[in-house]
Structure formats: C-alpha cells, structure tokens
Design a protein. Structure first.
Lengths: 312, 286
C-alpha cells in the first residue's frame, strides 16, 4: 500500500473504532482486529508497544484533564474542598454541560510547567482530594446527574501527611461508595492509571481507556526494581505487567478503547477531545434510561466478574 | 537491657554461629520488642506474645483461626481455588512455579483461608490472610474467596471478620489483582446495605491495596498492638521525602491516634472484644 492509502486506511480504522466505542462489549473482538491491523500498518508490531505506550501516556505535551474539560464542557464550574480538611489541586471537580448533557466531571490533574506541577503535586492526590471527589460524586448522585472521572496519576501521594490523614481509608471509602452512586458513572483512563490512586476514582458502569493510556497495579519502574533489582528496566517490566489498553481489554477489565489522533493525543488536542466526547456521550445516553438500582447492580456485577481462577 | 544480654552472650558463647543455629533452632526465639531470648514453648502459652514485653509475634493464618475461634470444628470454604496466572508472568522464576512452590510449602492454594466457625458460641465467617504466601498478597483467588465470604455473610446473616496480614495487591497478576480491590469493596457496599457487621482486624503488616480496600472498611477497624498499618510502605515514603520517619510512624497506636482505627486490642483480648462488639450490634449469641 502507498503512504497515502496507508494513512487513509488509518483514518478509516480510527473512525470505525470511535463508532464501535458506542456499541456493546460484543464489539470488543472487532476492536482487537482493527487495532492489530493498525499496528501493522503503523509498523509498530513487534516493538515493545507497552513501553511506547508508557512514554506516550507520560508525554510532557499529553493533554491533561483540564485540556479535555475546556473542550468538552466550556461552561465548566469548578467546586473546591472536601468540607473537612482542605482542597487538593491534584483532583479537579466541577460540573458543566457536554453537548447539552449536565455532567459532573472529576479529573486527576498533572501540571505542565514546574509551578503547575508543584501546585498539582505531580498529579498525586492526598486524602482530601479523594474525599472531595467522593463529595462531588455524591452530590451528582443526589440529583441524578451522570459523572465522568478522568484518570491520570502516577499514584496516590506517598508522604507523611497523606498517611496521617488516612490515605488508605480515603481510597478504600471511595471504592466502596462509588459502588453505591445512583447515577451513571463513566471512567476514562486518559493517561497514567497508577494503581490504587487511580482506581479510587475508577469504579464505573463503563470503564474506557484512551488508546495510549496505561493502567497498572505498580509502576513499571517499581516492578523492575523488585524483580530485576534495577529500576531502569521499566521497559521489560511494562511488557510483563500487561498495562496497555488492549491488554486490559483482552483481560476483560475495560469496556473499550477510545482512539487517539495519529501519533498520540498530544498531536491534536481538539480531535482527542472529540473522540473522548463521542465515547462519553454515547455511554451517558446508553445509561440514562437505567434506574438507580439497575445502575448499582450493573456496576457491582461488572467488578464481581473480574478475576482469573480455577478449581481442580 | 538488650545490650546487657548482647554483651554477656558474647562472653559466654564461643560457638560458631552455625553451630549455635543448629543447637538452638526452633527452641529459642529473640523478641523483636525487647531483644530478650524466649523459649518458643513459652510463646505457645501466651498466644505468641512476648511474656516480658507483650510484643506480638506474627502468626500464620491457621494459628490465627485457632486463637479466634472456639474450636477447630470450622468449615473451610473454597480451599481449592487457584490462580490461572492471567498474565503468564515471569520474574526470577515463573509465577506458576512460584505458586506451585508456595502451595507445596504451606499446604494451601493461595494466601487466604476462608471458614465458617464459632466465636464464643456465635456463627461467624472468617477470612485469615497468610503473610507467608507471597507476602499475603491479593490476587484473583483472594478477591474471589473474600467476595464469596461476603456473599455468604449476606445470605446467612453471619458477621464477617477479616484478619489482614498483607503487603497489598499481587504484582504477578497485574491489573487483574488491582481490580480485586474494587470487586471486594463493591461487595462490602452490599454487605453494608444488608446491615451485617464486618469487623476488620489489622495485624503486622497491613499495607498497600489491602489497607486501601477492605482492611479500612470495617464497621470496626481493630489493630493488634505495634502492627505496621499504612498505604505506602515506609521505605517508599522515605525515598519520596528523603528523610527518616518518626518513631512509631504507621504503627497501630499512631493510626488509632490519627483517627483510623477504632481500637488497638491485645491478641489475648481480641475474642472478647469482638464478641462484645457483635453483641452490641446484634444482641447475644443465640
Ligand atoms: Zn519482648
């Protein structure tokens, strides 16, 4: 195939993937085929795709939660604080309308320049961040408004103050209470899904990953430090840990993969936001007809089925 | 005091380390709390707590059940569940062979024992985590066994007790193990709705995803004295902040004083404490 034909085909595949996003889990198989075809076309097959994804997920120019929020909900109003201790800038909460739908948006927020990075604590929340997020979700639940969470964090902050204020308890409580939310809950991993710190906003009716996002129980570097005693072997560990969107899809842990513009979301924020919005809206419209009890049951059943075991 | 012992033992003992090891193996144990040497036989009479300083030694899951329950006539559940190795994970050895080795050495398929038994006459469902089994880590099997125990408690309305000793999610099962935090916690929401009590007992150590899910979600969270309890491990925190951690940081008493444990309870008083709590919730055992 010529280069032009090639890129036309890539564009077509991406369009079809974006549309498939709207349909049920039965579409997952086709999604896998599309993705492997696309990888071949892009000449990526056989390379360490996992590590390439990690680099893209952490790309300095990758769009963060606020970049998406600005584009999908221009009327966004931020709300602050956990009504208990303080406000955590590593998590942004607020509401706005996405193509006419009232949505509570909760985003893990990294910073871009040094000042922003410090303000956002490199996207590593403290307990008050998780508690603020839960408060925002309960507020949306009370009024039956759908919620979307945007996951992008290296992990929950491992520090003295976070421990003193109950980091573990804050995460645990979110895991349990998200199951009880009475409105549609949609989770989208937009960058790094860093272990419990990400999962603390991750219990949804639908869980999607962006094409180049990763979701992992441990960072590849920490894993490498444990198993190879060498944290520079993150690339090897990344492949072993199976952390890419297609890995999680194959493991049955996510419902779909949201495509990114060619080269990654950092190449075209508008288009990346468009794909995200398409997936979000179709999920909201799918879930809107369900009663609170149906939503709770569907969410609990979905996680109930996760796991891989046998009896002799 | 510990220095005294150390000096005198140096003077007296001229045997090689290896010889001493052979001679004393299994008979003596040095207390981590007061550094005194104790007859292991004496520990059996004190529920594995130091007779001198009350330091709580780690005990395995089966011993834990013996200490907690009235007798050993418990019914074990789901003992045959095994992990499928969903990632095909290989580190210094394959996860499959690591599992096989652990299973052979410990006589159990994974890191948790789930039973129904009696605590001071009351029927309870108990899950006891086994720290020796890959650090008590939580993978698919633990996720499923605890979830089934929760469902059993909802169905028969018997209180649930989980005794934790775990470093968190099991790395070798990747995101599958991460999702077990969500699976168990969502099931605990259903238990909460059903108004069946859940007592979480945290023992040394309980960290990572275990603390950040079920271990912190008890109607009562009870710590054993001196247990390490936290989200991030102390080494990770030291690396992050580049300073030494204060004495007692992340120990049960610290966690209680910061508001996240209802009580720190001695092993010898745990049964009575749990029974009194359950009596407050539900009335006396039938
Ligand atoms: Zn002692």
């Amino acid at each position: 195939m010529s280069e032009a034909q090639n890129s036309q085909r890539i564009a077509d595949l991406q369009k079809e993937m974006a549309e498939l996003q709207m349909s049920s889990s039965g579409a997952r198989a086709r999604m896998q085929e599309l993705e492997s075809e696309m990888l071949k076309l892009k000449g990526e097959a056989g390379e360490n795709i996992s590590w390439e994804r990690v680099k893209l997920a952490r790309h300095p120019k990758r769009p963060h939660s606020l970049d998406y929020i600005q584009r999908i909900a221009p009327d966004f109003i931020e709300i602050h604080g956990d009504r208990n201790y303080g406000d955590d800038a590593a998590i942004v909460c607020g509401f706005g309308t996405v193509a006419g739908e009232h949505v509570m948006i909760i985003g893990l927020q990294k910073g871009r320049d040094t000042k922003q990075k410090l303000l956002r604590n490199f996207g590593m929340p403290k307990p008050e961040g998780y508690r603020k997020a839960l408060r925002a979700m309960e507020l949306a639940s009370k009024f039956g408004r759908p919620i979307v969470t945007l996951l992008d964090t290296p992990g929950a902050y491992p520090g003295i103050d976070a421990e003193e204020r109950g980091q573990a308890q804050a995460i645990a409580l979110n895991l349990r209470e998200m199951a009880r939310i009475e409105s549609p809950l949609i989770v989208i991993v937009i960058g790094e899904g860093g272990s419990g710190g990400a999962l603390a906003l991750g219990i949804g009716n639908r869980v999607y990953m962006l094409e180049n996002a990763v979701y992992s129980v441990i960072s590849p570097e920490s894993c490498a430090a444990i198993i190879y005693r060498d944290s520079s072997k993150g690339d090897v560990a990344a492949a072993a840990l199976k952390i890419t969107a297609s890995d999680l899809s194959k493991l049955g842990l996510v419902d779909g993969i949201i495509p990114e513009p060619p080269g990654g979301a950092q190449e075209d924020y508008d288009r990346a936001a468009e794909f995200l919005q398409t997936a979000l809206l179709s999920a909201i419209r799918e879930l809107k007809g369900m009663t609170p009890e149906q939503l709770i049951t569907q969410r609990c059943d979905k996680f109930r089925k996760m796991g891989s075991f046998f009896t002799e | 005091m510990s220095m005294d012992w150390f000096k005198s033992s140096k003077k007296v003992a001229k045997v090689s380390d290896e010889e001493r090891h052979v001679r004393t193996e299994g008979l003596w144990v040095k207390c981590e709390g007061c550094r005194q040497v104790i007859w292991r036989k004496d520990l059996a009479d004190t529920l594995n707590c130091c007779p001198k300083c009350d330091f709580h030694f780690k005990v395995d899951a089966r011993t834990r059940l013996k200490y907690l329950l009235d007798d050993e006539n418990w019914i074990e559940h789901d003992a045959g569940l095994e992990s499928t190795d969903p990632l095909g994970f290989v580190d210094s050895k394959s996860y499959k062979s690591r599992l096989a080795g652990m299973q052979k050495a410990l006589g159990m398929k994974d890191a948790v024992i789930s039973v129904t038994g009696k605590l001071l006459g009351r029927t309870v469902n108990v899950c006891a985590l086994e720290l020796k089994f890959i650090g008590g880590s939580m993978g698919s099997v633990m996720g499923e066994k605890i979830t089934r125990a929760i469902e059993r408690s909802i169905k028969d309305r018997a209180p649930l007790i989980i005794v934790s000793a775990s470093g968190g999610a099991r790395m070798q099962e990747g995101a599958v193990s991460l999702m077990q935090l969500g699976k168990i916690s969502a099931s605990l929401m259903l238990l909460d709705r059903a108004k069946v009590p859940f007592i979480s007992v945290l023992t040394d150590p309980t960290t990572g995803g275990t603390t950040a899910s079920f271990a912190m979600l008890g109607d009562l969270n009870i710590g054993e004295p001196g247990a390490l309890i936290g989200f991030a491990g102390p080494r990770v925190i030291e690396q992050t902040i580049r300073q030494k951690l204060p004495e007692g940081f992340q120990r049960s008493e610290f966690v209680r004083d910061h508001g996240f444990l209802d009580a720190v309870v001695k092993r010898s008083e745990m049964r009575e404490f749990i029974d009194k709590s359950l009596t407050f919730f539900l009335g006396p055992a039938a």
